[in-house]
Design a protein around this ligand. Structure first.
Ligand SMILES: Nc1ncnc2c1ncn2[C@@H]1O[C@H](COP(=O)(O)OP(=O)(O)OP(=O)(O)O)[C@@H](O)[C@H]1O
Ligand SMILES: [K+]
Ligand SMILES: [Mg+2]
Length: 669
């Protein structure tokens, strides 16, 4: 990896690459200039002068190369990972469905909307949503996790990724991404940094650094007339050396490496950040919104009980629930069919006329069927109540009692109602059971300690929401939320200045994921959710946000610390070079030579050498990030100013003096 980074450092010398970084570009121009002067003066200059010119030139080139090396090292890990991912992407053929049957086609010829059949042992040919069937899938090619996961049509676990392998059963997959733009392709581009754009913060910092560079350029250029006046005209090599020492080369050289390394630290935690901007934003998150099902809970909502209303028999309720769920492909719908068939026989709804299915939407929060004589609905209790009352029906008090009992345990109550010529009535309630994921409470407490407010938003009723919220330990809940309510809540938080992160998995979460500053989609979620967010968590762990925030904060703090160090650092070089330049003519300036450097040339050379070496010395810190300790932001800032500001001020005095001693001992100057 180091060898490749060294080769890349030379490859990056291309002016078009260098022009992206104003500080390093100025050093590059300086290097070219001193090289020309070194060669030009070679015949006329004294040997000592040529050695000086040659060494200054060499270390200016090293400065540029070290900056390139830092970036190449940061990119290295991603490139290795991309190569591994590419290796796993074997050519696959797909069994595409045609009007008459199926046909074999190469996966690269699939178009969006095609439906393919994938059986046990076969590789999923492209990204898509499962439209029929349930299967266990090995996603280790993408997540590195070998335990199989369940993918099924309908609900929030319908997305499959090209390159993963079906282990059991057969599924039909509707392709959602064109070849070349699949998740794996994007993942490769991402870890490789091919799509890396400068973040707004990086752009701002670059402008600041470019401004400082321009000011020092002006200062150094106007120094010459004064120097000439006082009889100490300086060589261009010395002026270039002074300029390079004064401009913020340290942070200029390391800035992009710090950003790339931050992205890479996300990848190491199995989080794919689609932009550096998202990584930065995660460092400032103060509100986290989570959906309930599949995020806070395991999301495997299964029918576990049927509660009939007074005057309704068990069989009647089961028949209605079954009829309303026959065409419902969501996991909830299928679990009702399973449960009712087990208890009351597969044909329990034989007496109920079939009809047109009414699919579930997050908007209506109901599903069911419309027959010729009778309509049936099942869904959120408040939605069903409105439906029944709208048809002149009266809702029994027993409904509230049943809903309350189920909700109190964190279960989801689905009310079942029917309407015919005689009016509408509630038949009973289906109890969907779900379980809070283990370890949630500790994780949310940790977030609270980091100053992050957690809000659970769910389409479920307020009592279920409250029960789950209390069990999981989130700070606040928003219940009975439709997609636009989720969106409105995020806008509201953002309007009062909060940085909002959202984790979710459903298609109904997609608008909110897109609106949030940091939108983390669960890998188990739907394609729509993954498209909308700016991060995907391959482990589908909502509390991963703690680590995401940690990485973001570390990125911001590392960048701040090294910027402080870089600027403080340049002050000392001023004390090395200015006295050296004028030592002959202005003895008063010798007071500035507090380092007691041996000669003018040695002082200047030592400063240039130190300026180059400090970049290499700080590469490990840039890649690893500064160590994070618990504490408030203000305390961290104070500590960093002390360590990196003061350290940056003192380090060069020691370093330059040491280099001066070595150079003198070697007899170089
Ligand atoms: N298949 C279905 N048929 C009828 N009603 C349903 C179905 N699935 C869910 N519901 C009802 O709709 C409500 C909202 O749906 P859903 O749970 O998907 O919302 P959500 O906003 O994604 O919240 P969550 O955080 O629970 O995922 C559920 O609480 C339930 O009452
Ligand atoms: K510098
Ligand atoms: Mg959901």
């Amino acid at each position: 990896m180091v060898r490749r980074a060294v080769a890349d450092s030379f490859r990056k010398l291309h002016p078009r690459v260098q022009a992206r970084n104003p500080v390093v570009f100025v050093v590059l121009v300086g290097s070219v200039l001193t090289t020309v002067l070194f060669v030009r003066d070679l015949p006329s200059a004294t040997a000592a002068q040529s050695v000086f010119n040659g060494l200054v030139t060499a270390f200016l080139w090293f400065t540029v190369l070290f900056a390139n090396f830092a970036e190449a090292m940061a990119e290295g890990r991603g490139k290795a990972q991309a190569a591994a991912l590419r290796g796993g992407r074997a050519a696959t053929t797909a069994r595409r469905r045609t009007p008459g049957g199926t046909e074999e086609v190469p996966a690269t010829e699939l178009a969006v909307g095609d439906v393919c059949l994938v059986a046990a042992g076969q590789t999923v040919p492209g990204d898509g949503d499962v439209v029929e069937g349930v299967a266990s899938v090995d996603e280790s090619a993408i997540t590195g996790e070998s335990a199989p996961v369940i993918r099924e049509s309908g609900g929030d676990r319908s997305a499959v990724t090209g390159g993963t392998r079906v282990l059991s059963d057969e599924i039909a997959v509707r392709i959602t991404a064109p070849p070349g733009r699949t998740f794996l392709d994007r993942m490769i581009a991402m870890v490789e940094g091919a799509e890396r754009k400068k973040t707004p913060n990086e752009v701002a910092l670059n402008i600041l650094l470019a401004g400082m560079t321009a000011i020092f350029l002006l200062a150094v250029a106007t120094l010459q007339p004064f120097a000439a006046y006082s009889g100490a005209e300086q060589s261009v090599v010395v002026l270039v050396a002074l300029l390079v020492c004064l401009i913020p080369t340290t942070i200029g050289a390391l800035l992009s490496a710090i950003g790339i390394a931050g992205m890479d630290r996300m990848v190491q935690r199995n989080v794919l950040a689609m932009s550096g901007r998202a990584v930065e934003a995660s460092g400032d998150v103060d509100t986290l919104l989570l959906d309930k099902t599949g995020t806070v809970t395991l999301g495997d909502r299964q029918a576990g009980d049927l509660v009939p209303m007074p005057g309704v028999t068990d069989a009647e309720l089961a028949a209605a629930a079954l009829a309303a769920s026959r065409a419902d492909t969501t996991p909830e719908g299928r679990s009702i069919v399973r449960y009712a068939s087990e208890r009351h026989g597969a044909g329990a709804d034989a007496g109920t006329a079939a009809g047109e299915p009414v699919p579930f939407t997050a908007e209506t929060r109901m599903s069911g069927m419309d027959g010729e004589r009778v309509s049936i609905r099942k869904g959120a209790a408040d939605a069903v109540r409105t439906w029944v009352e709208g048809r002149g029906g009266r809702v029994p008090d027993a409904l509230d009692a049943a809903v309350g009992r189920i909700s109190a345990t964190g279960g989801t109550p689905l009310a079942v109602a029917s309407a015919d010529g005689d009016g509408a009535r509630v038949l009973g309630v289906v109890h969907l059971k779900d379980v809070v994921k283990p370890g949630m409470r500790e994780r949310f407490a940790h977030m609270r300690a980091m100053g992050i407010r957690t809000v659970m938003i769910t389409g479920d009723n307020p009592r279920t929401a409250r029960a789950i919220a209390d069990e999981a330990g989130v700070d606040d809940v928003l219940a009975e939320a439709r997609p636009e309510d989720k969106l409105a809540l995020i806008r509201e938080e953002q309007a009062r200045g909060a940085m909002v992160a959202m984790t979710g998995d459903g298609t109904n979460d997609a608008p909110a994921l897109a609106q949030a500053d940091v939108g983390v989609a669960m890998n188990t979620g739907t394609q729509a959710a993954k498209e909308a967010g700016n991060m995907v968590d391959l482990d589908s762990d909502p509390t991963k946000l703690i680590e995401i925030v940690g990485v973001g904060k570390q990125l911001l703090i590392t960048r701040g610390a090294l910027t402080t160090f870089s600027i403080a650092n340049d002050v000392a070089k001023y004390f090395a070079i200015i006295p050296a330049m004028f030592s002959g003519v202005l003895p008063a300036l010798d007071a500035l030579n507090i380092m007691g450097l041996s000669s003018a040339n040695s002082a200047i050379l030592s400063a240039v050498v130190f300026n180059a070496l400090i970049i290499v010395a700080l590469i490990p810190l840039s890649l690893r990030g500064v160590r994070m300790r618990a504490g408030t932001a203000a305390a961290t800032l104070r500590r960093n100013l002390l360590v990196y500001g003061l350290g940056g001020l003192i380090a060069p005095f020691i370093g330059i003096k040491a280099i001066d001693l070595v150079l003198t001992a070697l007899g170089v100057s």
